[in-house]
Design a protein around this ligand. Structure first.
Ligand code: ADP
Ligand code: MG
Length: 833
């Protein structure tokens, strides 16, 4: 509707839209008492007035001050959830969206269909929903459907300090949506919440908000935290160091919960296991029961999934964009940045000293310790455990990734043990080669971690590194958007008809190089229109940055996977290949299907077990790689086989364990397959495919077709075997050339094509370890390249080609064309075109 039409009679005038009503909430006395202790309650009046007077408000408050749980309640009570309006809150993590909606429902004594959540795979939103917690990806997807977000009265962007890519983009988009809604006479309020005061990228950015939004600070009551540095900086074995430190704290220091920060899920589990073995809180059997409990919960989750799994045509909720990412799902949490204001402590260290001698890892029955894991992919029931008081007579010890740094506040923590590390993903700017690396965290992050110890009383933070090392930490980590390829974002923005992505009001813009690379890739994939050719390179780049989206691009944008994979899905309709393409894409998107069996063993005994297991797993992979034509699909055939076998056996943890597959990865693949199936079905109602757990292997022609599809999505990931006469160096033997890299790359020894060495291959990614290894390799035929990837080829002058001829079979005029593969000039076979 145009903005100047009269508002309908039954609706009040715009000015009166500011809610002045008070919606009562029936809280229990205990909840009310706990709320009154939260620092944010003292500021309710100030916050609500600022929101009433301003379209955009920034709210800063230390973690635990009550932002996430209380602000939605303030708004609800002030009537912002009346008249069918929704109060929306975005979280960068699924964990937080789920837990917080449950917590707020409980505090308000309202059912979960009123205070609801929506995340990538699930949600409990109903027509009654008034407060809706969601991941930032979910809201982005909603903006694509309804740019003005008409159902919402308020949007709260939580954890804005984390600077996740989607949070940044949402803020950019909302900076445009808010004035549009004001113009329409149905104002939308935007509240940006941050755990740190580092907010100038939002407030001082005139392109984002021409009128500086007011900033409200909530002063949390923070007790002093004494920080203890290690005198020497260790050590590669920081998990072992954590173990020793926790043991000492537990033996020597008075009561109070312990929170340990490590970097990833695997570390969390190994440390939990060691601590439980050492300090079993129900005796040895108790420790075993703890593990069993967890397995039982896994089994329960699986059972529920099975129950929910439709037998016939999938009828899952519409796909969402939550955690839509060019990246495989990371099990470690990404870095984040934050600032803390706890007191920097003396070097008095309670006699705990540095790393001690290795303890005997015999169980120590005198001291029960209640050990709980916490990381973002942990099942919500298990996460909820950390909020409950530990069994009496035990001490709580939570082993967490940095999910505990800002988004969740665990009650009763007095001691923090900080390994100082964080797991980050790194990209090579030119080649896109990526790797996960464990790195030192930032000073702001370390301070935030320390702050977790001073929520309820004075606390202590033990840093497993020296103060000299700390002073070398970077102050803040740069926002995620400046550190990764952005083709997925660019495609999403083009789908929102934002053609000139360079002009988008990013809080922090990605580098122009990254934007140009993204645009080039999307043009090559056919998702964006080819720009008009302009003589000078500079002009060309500028022109390229405003290419509009193509119909294919729109289809690709609707799949919740990276553009390269979305292209494969868009092509998969032919020859009944979709179920295979979906499976391959799901498997490529989920990181590391196979357990790492090349790791060094802890001891000789494990060495033998590992060796035996590896032999068995390689045998299985050989079977999955298939006989005959299937082999040419290489590692992707192994993935298909692995998923097929897993589903056939019912996807049990024991099947995965036996065959060297990561159970969590297989579950994730199953979910993603379901989701992609739904997406495909809703896009092309004419195909209507089924999620068939018992997929039969592809036929020979299907295998060839799959190889072509994969090549079409990964056109810039083609490698050619180095011919013997080209060998400049012995080390290049069995090597491959790629268009982007000077140095040769190699097929990974674990690849099913390691011995076959096809002339041309396409690879999923290159990882650098001892050599540059290609992973996810399939063989391709060079004559496919000019036909399927003409955009990557230089065709010879048509005059040099043999003359055109009439082809009876197709009834068209064709000619033989010769070409070379772009930058590198590899000659390609002549093809009829
Ligand atoms: P902030 O968003 O400012 O970090 P929160 O609103 O998340 O603060 O938390 C406010 C308080 O509510 C904290 O003291 C925290 O311990 C408590 N809290 C949050 N979630 C839960 C939960 N699921 N169970 C019990 N207490 C919780
Ligand atoms: Mg919060």
């Amino acid at each position: 509707k145009p903005a100047n039409t009269e508002p309908p009679k039954d609706k009040p005038e715009p000015k009166d839209l500011e809610p002045a009503i008070f919606v009562p909430v029936d809280r229990s006395p205990e909840i009310q008492e706990a709320r009154l202790k939260l620092p944010i309650l003292a500021e309710e009046q100030v916050i609500m007035e600022a929101i009433k007077e301003n379209p955009v408000v920034v709210l800063c408050g230390e973690t635990g001050s009550g932002k996430t749980t209380q602000v939605p309640q303030f708004l609800y009570e002030a009537g912002y959830g009346s008249n069918n309006d929704i109060i929306g809150i975005t979280e960068p993590r699924r964990v937080a969206a789920v837990t917080m909606s449950q917590r707020v429902a409980l505090e308000m004594n309202l059912p979960q269909d009123v205070v609801s959540y929506q995340i990538r795979y699930e949600g409990n939103v109903s027509p009654e929903t008034k407060i809706k917690f969601m991941t930032d990806g979910v809201l982005l997807k909603e903006i694509q459907k309804d740019f003005l977000l008409k159902r919402y009265r308020v949007i709260i962007i939580d954890e804005a300090h984390e600077r996740s890519v989607y949070t940044d983009i949402l803020i950019g988009l909302l900076s445009r949506i808010v004035p549009l809604r004001t113009k329409k006479g149905t104002p939308l309020k935007l509240i940006i919440m941050s755990a740190t005061l580092r907010i100038e990228d939002f407030t001082e950015n005139k392109r984002l908000f021409p009128i500086t939004p007011p900033v409200i600070k909530v002063n949390a009551r923070q007790f002093p935290v004494t920080v203890h540095f290690n005198k020497r900086t260790p050590i590669d074995d920081y998990v072992g160091e954590c173990f020793r430190k926790v043991s000492k704290i537990h033996r020597m220091l008075p009561s109070g919960g312990i929170l340990v920060f490590v970097t990833g899920q695997a570390e969390v589990h190994s440390l939990c296991r060691r601590l439980r073995k050492m300090f079993p809180h129900r005796g040895k059997q108790g420790a075993k029961d703890d593990e069993k409990d967890e397995d039982a919960l896994d089994a329960k989750a699986l059972k529920e999934f099975k129950k929910s799994k439709p037998q016939k045509k999938l009828n899952l909720p519409k796909i969402s964009l939550d955690n839509y990412s060019a990246l495989p799902v990371d099990e470690g949490d990404e870095d984040r940045e934050a600032g803390g204001d706890e007191e920097e402590g003396s070097d008095f260290d309670l006699g705990l000293g540095d790393a001690g001698s290795d303890e005997e890892e015999e169980s120590d029955s005198s001291l029960p310790l209640y050990v709980l894991p916490l990381y973002s992919l942990l099942a919500p029931e298990k996460q909820a455990k950390v909020f409950r008081p530990p069994p009496s007579g035990t001490r709580l010890c939570v082993v967490a990734t940095n999910v505990a740094e800002t988004s969740l506040t665990i009650p009763g923590i007095k001691f923090v043990v900080d390994c100082g590390k964080v797991k980050k993903r790194f990209y090579d700017k030119v080649t896109g080669v990526s790797s996960f690396r464990v790195e030192w965290t930032s000073q702001a992050s370390a301070d935030q971690r320390a702050g977790r110890a001073g929520r309820t009383e004075p606390g202590h933070c033990y840093r497993l590194y020296s103060s000299a090392v700390f002073s070398d930490f970077e102050q803040f980590s740069p926002p995620e958007i400046t550190r990764r390829p952005v083709e997925d974002l660019v495609l999403q923005m083009k789908d929102l008809n934002i053609e000139k992505v360079v002009n988008f009001p990013f809080p922090t813009p990605p580098s122009p190089d990254a934007l140009i690379a993204a645009e080039e890739l999307l043009i090559a994939l056919g998702a964006l229109e080819e720009p008009p050719k302009v003589g000078r390179l500079k002009a060309l780049n500028k022109a390229k940055l405003s290419s509009p989206i193509t119909p294919l691009g729109r289809v690709m944008a609707s799949f919740p996977v990276a553009p390269r994979y979305a292209k494969m899905l868009a092509l998969g309709k032919q020859q009944d290949c979709l179920p295979y393409v979906i499976t391959i894409v799901a498997a490529m998107t989920v990181r590391e299907l196979f357990e790492e069996l090349d790791r060094p063993a802890v001891n000789d005994e494990e060495q033998v077990t590992l060796k035996g297991k590896k032999a068995r797993v390689l045998q299985m992979q050989k079977i999955w790689a298939g006989q005959g034509p299937g082999q040419k699909l290489g590692d992707l055939m192994v993935m298909l086989g692995a998923v097929g076998a897993c589903e056939y056996s019912g996807l049990t943890p024991s099947f995965c364990e036996r065959n060297g597959l990561r159970y969590k990865a297989m579950l994730e693949i199953r979910r993603l397959r379901g989701q992609l199936t739904t997406a495909v079905n809703s896009l092309c109602p004419d195909v209507s495919i089924f999620l068939d757990s018992k997929m039969s292997p592809p036929t020979e022609s299907q295998v060839n077709f799959l190889r072509q599809i994969v090549m079409s999505g990964l056109g810039d990931h083609i490698a050619r075997r180095i011919h013997p006469e080209e060998l400049l160096d012995k080390k290049w033997k069995n090597g491959y050339k790629t268009p982007l890299l000077e140095d040769p790359v190699f097929i990974h020894p674990n690849s099913s094509l390691f011995r076959q060495l096809p002339d041309f291959v396409v690879f999923q990614e290159i990882v650098e370890t001892t050599k540059m290894y290609m992973k996810g390799v399939s063989s391709i035929e060079p004559e496919w390249i000019p036909i399927l990837l003409p955009q990557y080829c230089h065709f010879k002058d048509p005059l040099e080609d043999p003359p055109p001829f009439y082809c009876e079979a197709s009834g068209t005029v064709k000619c033989q064309r010769e070409s070379t593969f772009y930058r590198v000039g590899w000659p390609l076979p002549a093809v009829e075109m």
